[in-house]
Design a protein around this ligand. Sequence first.
Ligand SMILES: NC(=O)c1ccc[n+]([C@@H]2O[C@H](COP(=O)([O-])OP(=O)(O)OC[C@H]3O[C@@H](n4cnc5c(N)ncnc54)[C@H](O)[C@@H]3O)[C@@H](O)[C@H]2O)c1
Ligand SMILES: O=C(O)[C@H](O)COP(=O)(O)O
Length: 590
Amino acid sequence: MAPSADTPSPPPSPTQGRPKILVPEKVSSEGLALLRTLYEVDTRTGLSADDILALIPHYHGLIVRSETKVTASLLAAGHKLRVVARAGVGVDNIDVEAATKHGIIVVNSPAGNIVAAAEHTIALLLATARNVGRADASLKAGKWERSKLVGVEVGHKTLGIIGLGKVGMKVARMAIGLGMKVTALDPYASPEVAKSAGVSLVSSLGDLLPVVDFLTIHTPLLASTLNLLGEDELKKMKPSARVLNVARGGVYNEEALLRGLDEGWIAGAGLDVFTKEPLVEGSVAARLAAHERVVATPHLGASTVEAQENVSMDVCTQVLEILRGGLPTAAVNAPLILPEEYRRLQPFVKLVEKMGSLYTQHYARNSPSSSRHFELSYHGELAGISNTRPLFAALVKGLVSPISDANVNIVNATLITKDRGIAIDEKHVRGDGGGAHASAVTLRSFDAGAAEEQVIEGYVSGKSIFISKLDRFTANFHPEGTLLILHNYDEPGKIGHVGMVVGRHGINITFMQVAGLNREARAKAEATAASSVADGPVEGDAVDGPAPMEGIQLTKEALMILGVDGEVSPEVLEDLRRAEGILDVSLVRL
Ligand SMILES: NC(=O)c1ccc[n+]([C@@H]2O[C@H](COP(=O)([O-])OP(=O)(O)OC[C@H]3O[C@@H](n4cnc5c(N)ncnc54)[C@H](O)[C@@H]3O)[C@@H](O)[C@H]2O)c1
Ligand SMILES: O=C(O)[C@H](O)COP(=O)(O)O
């Protein structure tokens, strides 16, 4: 696309064959100096979106922070573009899918600004506690308002953290250093790591919200975290509580937070991020930032000299490598599958990713203490494949995608397992012929705390993927769409009752399947039932887990798998869990 007459002219020095990199935001000079040894680097801040669109056809690399919107049309206009680098973590301003489509690599710096974000959270914590912003403004206005600006101490108070990942854990350690008690909610955090840091973990918002004096959020913005804290949740907190957000705008519902501050259900807020940045005059976000009980900063979490040097070095090193044909260390969209392996492995990659996601949503929900040791076994023809790297990466992607916005690929999969304390062994089971199928995959999770290992088995038929086993149950369903998985006693009337509950909430069932106990489990259950009938109950016997209604019903357990259309609210799940004979219910989005 040729630049139009009213757009800025291309960079002054005509290229002498050296690749060119456009930097339209403030990026630390350390990394840029490294790039200048080999390439032509143009730092041009203050450009409009149209300016960048007009200039982009001349550039091989683009380095941005969170302000530049790297849209599909900008990427399409970048005929020479080979890499887009995000000097920071979040890539929500980049259309990664469009970049992948155009073969443009997107890289970021996953860890360069963690300390900066955590320190900024602590700065907002203390500023909200001691009215630092208001006091400063009042003094600058020539006032001396000591009695109006009395604050509260943070020492001995309870800080609630939602999301105990890289930033959350750093905040926890700093807060403990300030003498605070720290309680966190993160269903996927390691209890061992939390315990060793002195953080107590709770398993629901209901357990967290009423007890905290301060609340801070450190999750990514995902479908599951958007509006995580609305009116109902904020009203569960002490009216003296203060809330912080240095993660992403949208995790607190901004309208509810504004009302909470106006009506006094919440005492104050420290906000660094907003749903729309920069703020739009008159918007709810702008009214929040202007509120007298809010200390607000313009997305400064990562804005320290040190963090900017870190992220600049991280991404510039990668841009340097990519433009000379090397590999990035933190690629956001490196292909999960290499072209030559694509045709052969593609359906299995899809299957294994779904198995990982099914594991996290169906099992990890109930056993956050899982030691996260997995075994991925390949059976039949698949056992003969030597490069299973895409399958390994697909499992990691499936395991973490329901809880993280990390873009897992063959380049960063191992790094992500290390970061998250996940151990995966791969096993090639040659000679078993894949059972009933030409090739099959088994995922086992070993959990030191649980009585049994957890097993998911799957296979591919043509281009379709199927789950054939979930623990002791033999199944045969497509792991796709929204599923409700119910563990229940297999009794007459159960299906009708479940259908009624779901129908009452206006949810349409697209398919339903009952998965019964497999042969081995059934034989075991029958033996247990027979011996319990022969022995009779012994006084004082302890019963672990949900007690069967009668011994013989051990043989009548089943899984009911429902494919559903429409939104499944927590109330639907509660209604289903309350139904007689239902042992457990999980909602899985695949
Ligand atoms: N303001 C800034 O300038 C700035 C700087 C750095 C990072 N960030 C943001 O901070 C956030 C956290 O970054 P990180 O590097 O610590 O990410 P991370 O992936 O290391 O940690 C996120 C944690 O959230 C947990 N989680 C996911 N869904 C959850 C849920 N529904 N309930 C509870 N916990 C849940 C995950 O298990 C994980 O432990 C991201 O949104 C990132 O973009 C902002
Ligand atoms: O995602 C990030 O790294 C932070 O939100 C920082 O964004 P920034 O680089 O625009 O400061």
